[in-house]
Structure formats: structure tokens, C-alpha cells
Design a protein around this ligand. Sequence first.
Ligand code: GLN
Length: 550
Amino acid sequence: MAKYIFVTGGVTSSLGKGIIAASLAKLLQARGLRVTIQKFDPYINVDPGTLNPYEHGECYVTEDGAETDLDLGHYERFLSIYTTQANNVTTGRIYQTVINKEREGAYLGKTVQVIPHITDEIKRRMLLLGKNNDYDVIITEIGGTVGDIESLPFVEAVRQLQWEMPDEDCVVIHLTLIPYLRAAKELKTKPTQHSVKMLSQEGVKPDVIVCRTEEPLTQDIRRKIALFCNVKTEAVIEAADAPTIYEVPLTMMREKLDLICLKKMNITNYPEPELGKWKEFLDKLKYPRSKVTIGLIGKYIELQDAYKSILEAFIHAGAMNDSKVQVVNIHSEFITEENVSEKLMNLDGLLVAPGFGHRGVEGKIIAVKYARQNNLPFFGICLGMQMAAIEFARNVLGLKDAHSTEMSPDTSNPVIDLMEQQKKVTAKGGTMRLGAYLCTIQEGTLAYEIYQSSLISERHRHRWEFNNEYLSRFETAGMIASGKNNESGLVEIIELKNHPFFIGVQYHPELKSTVEKPQPIFVHFIGAAKEYAEIRNASRTPALQSEMMS
Ligand code: GLN
């Protein structure tokens, strides 16, 4: 029988419930338990796939093609396990199921209500991953903040489960903020008291309080929180601000969060946590021996969460290369032929990001041209790969109006065209080419050197593809399709033959990079950027070199 840990949040949003949940999961996994995490989001969209990145950050895609919350990315990166459609549930999906059942007549004339019908469906989904004995512990993160109208049914479902389950099968962790008033030099517990009171009014009693804080919690403060929140003092956990999210499992271990949960779940006989690889990674992350500067060209750069998985993949790949990756965000809308060299000349590598729609694409194309002509390591992801194909068609093949039919439906040279299966699709939600597909890699190519394999699987999220009618012209001129999906012939990877490192991929390699298994293209890209930096550094003055290292 699986045991369940629920993580709720109070006081404010953005306290990092996802990271706390993932860190606890990591510690339990490191002690030999089979763990997974799921997230329940209170919004009414059926999934975040239709949300603008400005609303909700990146849309994370799982192996089975679910468009999910970006916290699932953290779960996978921390645990090196795959999540699925079942790991992310929204209010929209719950209601959709209940309403469909009502239409089928499944409720036999009864009035369909939030309690019990909606809460029953929430509970069914909360318990789902525990059904097949695949996991010992299932951690469920409840999105939103306690007290929100939207999250009430989820908290109510937790209340019912806490009541129905044996005590030792269920743990509730409440994450709150302990603000520090600088003028008074005091940590304040009142918001936490109120938040726990609200949770209690909704019928849920927390077992553990995790406190985000900028200042250390004194023993007195811990006792006070414990007293007012009705938990044991050792169940008040300090979650101090950490320099990197990857440090949090270790800080949670020092605070004994895992031990408190294990005790409550009555799990005994566990080994010391095996965190060797994790610590090795952290060491490399904290003490890099070199530094590279990578330009991230995108149109959502004001919002870091829009490119979460790419930024994390750089962290993993940087550690692997003993190198600090400094990412410079460059807004594609503001790149022009006139300013491109000024904007890109101090970079050691260029990544053109995924995206949709017309805004900023010309700037991306200009940036690709600069990278191609200046031997600057280039990595294009999804839309970034498509822009590399368009740039090559325009400036090498001389097809001046080459474009993607996404931005220019009437172009006479549609080098990027809508996939055949997409032509009849009208609905937007969940209809792209999503999830994992195989890709066959040609030997003797950069892609083969990177993957060391002729068959790989990566995740996708797109509607447009490289138009194979142009492929022979591209290949004759030096841009080859080094990876393809054998079934459909879809071009998955393009690369330039006469360039030190120039690769574009139709898929999203960033989604599969984890701490313990950094994604190989990212690793090689940073390697290429390091070489590029060394060559450039050799031609720099010593003063400039030390400035670059600082
Ligand atoms: N808009 C492009 C397409 O749908 C690229 C998508 C992406 O970058 N994820 O094909």
C-alpha cells in the first residue's frame, strides 16, 4: 500500500512548494523508497497547454504527451523518473470528467454537487498512482494558497482522505512564509498562525510546518510556531533561502524533514540516503573552473519561468563541463542587421528558443545568420531550428522569401510547413504533435557524436515541420538532416557540415535533462562554447581575460 504526503501552501504564492516537494521526494528516493510526485492545480483550464507563457511559465511536456505545469519538470529533474498525464490534474479536468459522466447518465438522476461528486473525482485521481503498487510514497502538491476559493475542493478532498486513511498512511505538510521585519529585527509568525488557522477551519490538521525564511529560526520561534499551529517542535522545519534549488534537498535533510515524515508514516528500516552523485553535481556547480556566456534569444525573456527547462539544462550541462554558464537574455524583437554584432559579439554560444507566432522571428533569423557566419556555437530548439532552416534557405540557397507558413501562409518558399496531420485540426488544446517520438541518427554526424547512438527518443510540441521538398537542395549546400523520424520522414535534426557546432532540433531536448543525466546536446554545446571561449580568450589582453572570468 502506498502512503500519501500532501503539500499545501499558505501566506503567499511562489514559496516553492514544488521544490520542497521534489526535495523531500529526492531524500525518500535516496533512502531506497519508490516515490513519485503529482500536482493538482486549481485553475479551470483543462491543462496549461493553451496558456500563454506570461501567464504560467513554460508548459512542460511528459513522455506520454501531456502538457503540464512546470513543476513536473522539477520533479523529473530531481528524481530522474518520468511523470505522466496522471501526475498533473486541474480543476478543469476534474469538472470535465464529472460533466461527461453526468451526460452519460452515470449519476442516475442524482443532483451532481461539489461534495461528494467533485471531491470524489479529486480523491480518485489523488489515489490513482498508488493503485498498482508502483510506489511506496506519493507526494501530492496542491497548487494555489490555502484560503483561495479555487483550492477549497482540493483541501476538502485532503480532509476526507486524512479522515479515511489510517493515520500512518497520510502526512500533511504546510509551507508558509515567516517574514523578517528589518526595522524591528524580528521574525513574525502571525501570518503562519493565520494560515494554519484557515487550514484547520477547512478541517485539515498539518503534521509538519515548513517555514520559508530569510533569517534562521530560533528555538523560541520554533516552539511558538509549534504551539500555535498544533504540531511538535521538531516538525517545524526551517527552509532558508538557498543559493540554488539543488541545495534544498540537503538543507531539508539537515532539518530532518524526511525523518519526520518517515516517522509519521511508520516506515522503519531505511538506509542512510545515497546522495553521492547529487553532491558531486553540487560541488561542480558551486566551484566551476571556467565560465561561458550563452545568449538565449527569445521573445518571453522578461519572464524567466518561460524557459525554465532550458535554464536548468544549462545548469546540469555546465556542471558536467566544470563551467559556470552565464545566460544572457536577448530579446529577439530588438535584434536588427545593424546591432546584431554588437549584441552577440561577447557570446560563446547562441541558443535560439522555442516559440509560436510572428513576433520576434526576424530577429531570431538575423541572430542565426551571425552564428553561422562567425563560427559561433549554435543550438536551435523547435522554432529555433525552424528559424535556422529559413535563414539558410534565404541567405545560402538564395530563396529570399523563404519562410514558415506559420508566419507567412502565402510564401512561395515554405521551407517550414504545417504537418499533414495538422491540416484538419481546428481545436487548440492538446492537438499538437506531443510527447516522445523516435529519431534515427545518421552515423558520422555531429548528432551521432553527441548521442553516440543511432536511435534516440525525445519529446515534442509543435505543428510545423521541415518541408522535405527542399531537403536535397539544403544537403547539397551543406546543411544536412542528421536525424529523422523513420516512420514519417519528419526531419528532427539539422546541422551544418562546415561549422564547429551548429545544430537545430525539432524536439525539446531540455525536457529530458536531469541532475544525474544531463542532456547530451546541452553538454556538447557548452563544451563547444568553452572551446570557442578559449580561442577567443587567447586573443584577448590579460586584463580583459580576468574581467571575463569574474
Ligand atoms: N511554432 C512552431 C511549431 O508549432 C514551433 C513550436 C515550438 O517551438 N515549440 O511548429
